[in-house]
Ligand binder design. Sequence first.
Ligand code: MN3
Length: 205
Amino acid sequence: MFEQVKLNYDFASLEPHIDGLTMQTHYGKHHAGYTNNLNNALEKLPQLAGKSIEEILSNLATIEDAALRTAVRNNGGGYYNHNLYFDILSPAGGQPPQGKLAEQIKADFNSFDELVQKLTSTAVSVFGSGWAWLSKDPSGKLVVTSTPNQDNPLMTHGGQLTPILGIDVWEHAYYLKYKNMRADYLKAIFNVIDWNNVAQRYTEA
Ligand code: MN3
C-alpha cells in the first residue's frame, strides 16, 4: 500500500502564494484519489508487490494488460509526482540552494535566476495539463524537461533521470486563486519552493 507523503506544514501556511483551499483540495482530493486508484490497480498486479514506485514507473512496459498499464501510468504518476511536489514546498522556502546543487546549477545554467527562468518558460509552455521537471542525470548534470498529464521523467527516460523538483501546472494546482494566469502561479510558487529539500534530493540521487 502506497501512502501520501505527510506534510510538515499547514494547508494555509503557503498563503498568499498558494491558497489554503487549493492545497486542501489538491492534497485531500486529487492526490488522495491518485493514491487510492494506484493501490486498487496494484491489487491486480501481484507481480509488482514490494517494488518501489520508482521501479514500477521506470518499467511500465512490463505491465502486459493495457488497461492496467494505463491505470498505473496515470495514477502511479499522480501518486509519485504529487509526493514530490508537496514535499518540496515549504512556508520557509524561496531561498536559493547552497552546496553541490548550487555549484551544478552554475555549471549547467550559469545562474540560479537563469534556472528559474528556464523552469518557468518550460512550465508556461506545457499545453494543457502536465508538469515541468528538474532532474539529475547519471553524470550529475541537471536537466529541465516537461511531461503531459501525470507522466514524469522516470517514464520518459526509463529511470535514467531522477526528478528532484516537479512543478504541477494542471489547472487544479492554481485555478481557484490565479484563474487562467498560469504565469502568475509560477512566479508565486518560487517563493515556497524549499531548495534545501531539492539540494538534498540532488545529493542523494
Ligand atoms: Mn496536481
